[in-house]
Structures are given as structure tokens and as C-alpha cells.
Design a protein around this ligand. Structure first.
Ligand code: URA
Length: 233
């Protein structure tokens, strides 16, 4: 059970003050009865709630696919830079956060949710969720890259990465698939083979590919099917 005004605020019908106003004006009907009391308790999962004749549906967990643009921080709050959460309009009060991090200048697929349990599972080191990146780089391609990535690249702090995949797709362009998420990992792996990443885009997260119809800076809810697939990862 939860307070009606809190529920409506969560669902972005307005601030707590604005939704109290909606209730007092008699715009909210619960199980066929108009409710004027903002501290009225509702069963958010089972009660039939109408606001201005529209039935509302409360979903505890929300899941989005964002095509992250350059210049946004993968965090819920930052003192200086805009965050990826600023790009998900209307869900500020739902406790959403990005599942993992992309560097500020990395673009592409980022999952945003308020499902902490799923996020935790996907990010746990032992989950080994594959993340595939498209990159452009300065430096010379060498045939040994495929083997070196497969064997495990040792990066600047001495850490040897888990086996990864390097796919050469042309002059200064490649796909790299990693199963970990160390800080700046792809950039540091490329540095270790004498190259510098100039553009980085995540194109898959586990079994979920980036929806290429999503413009950078836009998001869409994950489909039921995508949520199911992610949960079974
Ligand atoms: N590797 C990087 O170097 N940066 C990212 O944002 C993601 C992976």
C-alpha cells in the first residue's frame, strides 16, 4: 500500500504539491470512488486508479535503452556536467540509474533502470556479460592484434585483461568485445598495442544490440522481450 499523492508523484503527474491539487479537485478516482484525501492509501498493484478518466498503470521497475551522446556523465548526479539521467525525461523521481558506466566521450548503448537487483547481477564480475564496441583509432593495425586480445592484454597498471575479441574492419576501425568493465578498458587495451582510440561507441550490451533507429541522446523503453532476455543472462 502507498499514499495516493506519492504514487501519482512517482508516476510524474507532477510534484507532490501539484498532485495534491489534482486529488483535492476530484480528478482522481480509485475503484470507482472519487478520492479527495491526498493521504488516501492505495494498493498500487491491484487498485483501479483513474486520473481525469485515464486508467493508470504502476510499474515498479522501468527499463530504458539510451543511445548515449558525447558530453554526458554516466552518473545520477554531477556538479559540473549533464548526466545521462537528464536525457530520460519525466522519470527523475523514479530512482533510475545507468547500469555501468561509459566514459563521458563514449557514445552508444547504455541501459537505464531502477531495478537494482538486475543491475547488480549484470555488473557482477562473474556474470561476464559481453560488451561490444565499435572504435576508430590512430595507429597501425597489426595482424597480431587478434591473438594478443584473445590471450589477454596487459594494460598500464599491470592488470592482464580477460580474453577479448579484436575484429579488424578496415583502416583504423575495429570491433572489440570485452567481458569486464575496467576503467577506460578499451582505450587502455588499445594503448597497450600502441594505438589511440579516437571514437568509441558501445553497440551491444550482453544479448541486447543498440537499436540503430535511436538517435544519439534519445531513449526508448526496453521491450518485454528484451527485459526477459536480460533477466535470463
Ligand atoms: N572502454 C573505455 O575505454 N571506455 C568506455 O567508455 C567503455 C569501455
Amino acid at each position: 500500500m502507498m499514499r495516493l499523492d506519492k504514487l501519482l508523484a512517482h508516476l510524474n503527474f507532477g510534484s507532490r504539491k501539484e498532485v495534491k491539487e489534482l486529488i483535492r479537485k476530484g480528478y482522481v478516482v480509485v475503484n470507482g470512488e472519487t478520492v479527495f484525501d491526498d493521504d488516501f492509501k492505495v494498493d498500487e498493484k491491484n487498485d483501479e486508479i483513474n486520473v481525469l478518466d485515464n486508467e493508470i498503470k504502476y510499474e515498479e521497475f522501468v527499463y530504458f535503452m539510451l543511445n548515449k551522446p558525447d558530453g554526458y556523465v554516466s552518473a545520477t548526479f554531477d556538479n559540473h556536467q549533464p548526466t545521462v539521467i537528464d536525457l530520460i525525461d519525466g522519470y527523475e523521481r523514479r530512482g533510475i540509474f545507468p547500469v555501468g558506466r561509459l566514459d563521458i566521450d563514449t557514445v552508444g548503448l547504455l541501459i537505464i533502470t531502477n531495478d537494482g537487483k538486475l543491475a547488480h547481477k549484470l555488473l557482477a564480475p562473474k556474470s561476464h556479460v559481453d560488451k561490444k564496441y565499435y572504435l576508430k583509432y590512430d595507429g597501425k593495425y597489426n595482424k597480431s592484434f587478434e591473438e594478443k586480445f584473445k590471450a589477454g592484454i596487459t594494460i598500464d597498471d599491470g592488470y592482464t585483461c580477460l580474453p577479448a575479441t579484436f575484429e579488424n574492419i578496415g583502416e583504423g576501425e575495429a570491433y572489440i568485445t570485452i567481458r569486464e568493465g575496467k576503467f577506460h578498458q578499451v582505450k587502455r587495451m588499445m594503448e597497450a598495442v600502441g594505438c589511440e582510440v579516437t571514437y568509441l561507441k558501445r553497440v551491444t550490451f550482453g544479448p541486447i544490440p543498440l537499436d540503430e533507429s535511436l538517435k544519439e541522446g534519445t531513449c526508448r523503453p526496453l521491450t518485454e522481450e528484451e527485459i526477459k532476455i536480460l533477466k535470463s543472462e
